[in-house]
Design a protein around this ligand. Structure first.
Ligand SMILES: Nc1ncnc2c1ncn2[C@@H]1O[C@H](COP(=O)(O)OP(=O)(O)OP(=O)(O)O)[C@@H](O)[C@H]1O
Length: 314
C-alpha cells in the first residue's frame, strides 16, 4: 500500500455535490449540496443526520459505489478521480444491507473478496479475520445458514480483507443484539488503537456520544456542524437542576429565563442557562422561595438534545 500524500486527513471532502437524475415520475434530487468535510487520520468519526440528510450518499461516494456530480474527494491522500484504485484500496466499507453470497462459506467469501482486491495469497489473513469476528467455527458452513448477527460479522471481516487504513461502518448496530454490538465496538476500538481511522453512521446518538471523538452533523445535504464530541456537548447552554423537594409540590415563581416543572417522580426540574446563572445563584433563589431541598442533582444535555436543537425543522 503506497504511503499517503498527507497523513493529517484520512478523508478530505470538498464541495461535494450529488444530484440523482429524475427517474419515471420521480424528479431529480440533489442529495448533497457542496459538502465540505475533513476527517483526521486515527479518529473515530461519527457522521450523523436525520433521515434523508445524505449520509448514505456520502458513504457510497467514498466507497466508489455512487458517482459524485461535482466536488473533490481525497482518500488517504489520493484524489478519487486521479487515483481511483489507490483511493478505493485505502477504504473498507461495512454496508447496511446483508449482501452475502448464500452459497459461499465465510472462508470462501473472504477469499473471493481478497481476490477482488488483488491481495496476494501470502498476504491474506483469512483465519485471523474469522477469529477476530468470532466465525472460526462457522468458517466452512454455507453463509445462508448463518444467523443475521453472524452475517453482519462476516460483513465486517469482508470490509477488512485488504487491510484498509479507513473503515466505514454504515448503521452497523441497527437491529442487532447487545452481544453483537459489544463485539463490534470491542473490535472497532481495537482496530482504532492499531491506527485505523473509523467512520460510522448511526441513529443511536448515545452510541455516537460514547464511541466518537469527533462528530459531523449533516442535514439536507449540507454540513450543519463538525467538532469534537466534547465541544459539541459543551455548546448547548442549558442544564437542569433536579431538586427533591420532599412532599412539597409547590412550583416557585422564578425569574425570566428559568423554567420549572414537576417530573412524574415528583422531583422539580429547573432548566437554566449556565452562562446566565450559576447553580449557586439558583439554589439561593430556591431558598428565598422557601422550597425544601432534600437532594439535588444536575443534568447536562446529551448529544440527542444538541442534535434535535440543530436539525429540528422549523
Ligand atoms: N438512488 C437514488 N435515487 C434518487 N434519490 C435518492 C437515491 N438515493 C438517495 N436518494 C435521495 O437522496 C436524499 C439523501 O438520501 P441518503 O440515503 O443519502 O440519506 P441518509 O442520510 O442516508 O438517510 P437515512 O438516514 O434515511 O438512511 C434523500 O432525499 C433520498 O431520497
Amino acid at each position: 500500500m503506497p504511503a499517503p500524500q498527507d497523513t493529517a486527513d484520512a478523508i478530505l471532502i470538498q464541495g461535494l455535490t450529488k444530484t440523482y437524475a429524475a427517474a419515471g415520475t420521480n424528479p431529480a434530487k440533489t442529495a448533497l449540496k457542496g459538502l465540505d468535510l475533513s476527517i483526521a487520520a486515527g479518529s473515530i468519526f461519527g457522521l450523523l443526520g436525520p433521515n434523508g440528510a445524505g449520509k448514505s450518499t456520502t458513504i457510497n461516494i467514498l466507497a466508489g459505489l455512487v458517482r459524485k456530480t461535482a466536488g473533490k474527494v481525497t482518500i488517504w491522500g489520493f484524489d478519487q478521480d486521479v487515483n481511483p484504485r489507490q483511493s478505493r484500496a485505502a477504504i473498507g466499507v461495512m454496508p447496511q444491507e446483508l449482501n452475502i453470497d448464500p452459497f459461499l462459506s465465510p472462508r470462501a467469501s473472504l477469499e473471493v473478496q481478497a481476490g477482488l482486491y488483488g491481495v496476494p495469497k501470502a498476504e491474506r489473513w483469512t483465519d485471523e479475520l474469522l477469529e477476530l469476528v468470532g466465525l472460526t467455527e462457522q468458517a466452512g458452513s454455507y453463509s445462508r445458514h448463518l444467523s443475521g448477527g453472524m452475517k453482519r460479522r462476516l460483513l465486517l471481516a469482508k470490509a477488512l480483507v485488504h487491510r484498509p487504513q479507513i473503515l466505514v461502518l454504515d448503521e452497523p448496530t441497527a437491529g442487532v443484539d447487545i452481544q453483537l454490538r459489544d463485539m463490534l465496538w470491542r473490535n472497532v476500538r481495537k482496530l482504532n488503537e492499531q491506527g485505523m481511522t473509523i467512520i460510522l453512521t448511526t441513529h443511536y446518538l448515545e452510541e455516537a456520544e460514547q464511541m466518537c471523538d469527533r462528530i459531523a452533523i449533516i442535514d439536507r445535504g449540507q454540513l450543519v456542524l463538525c467538532d469534537d464530541t466534547s465541544a459539541i456537548l459543551g455548546r448547548a447552554d442549558s442544564k437542569s437542576l433536579i431538586v427533591d423537594t420532599g412532599p412539597s409540590r409547590a412550583i416557585p415563581a422564578l425569574p425570566d429565563g428559568l423554567r420549572a416543572e414537576r417530573r412524574a417522580d415528583g422531583r422539580l426540574a429547573i432548566s437554566y442557562a449556565p452562562s446566565r446563572i450559576t447553580a449557586d445563584g439558583l439554589i439561593d433563589l430556591l431558598r428565598e422561595a422557601d422550597l425544601p431541598i432534600r437532594d439535588i442533582a444536575v443534568e447536562v444535555p446529551d448529544l440527542e438534545d444538541v442534535f434535535v436543537q440543530l436539525t429540528s425543522r422549523r
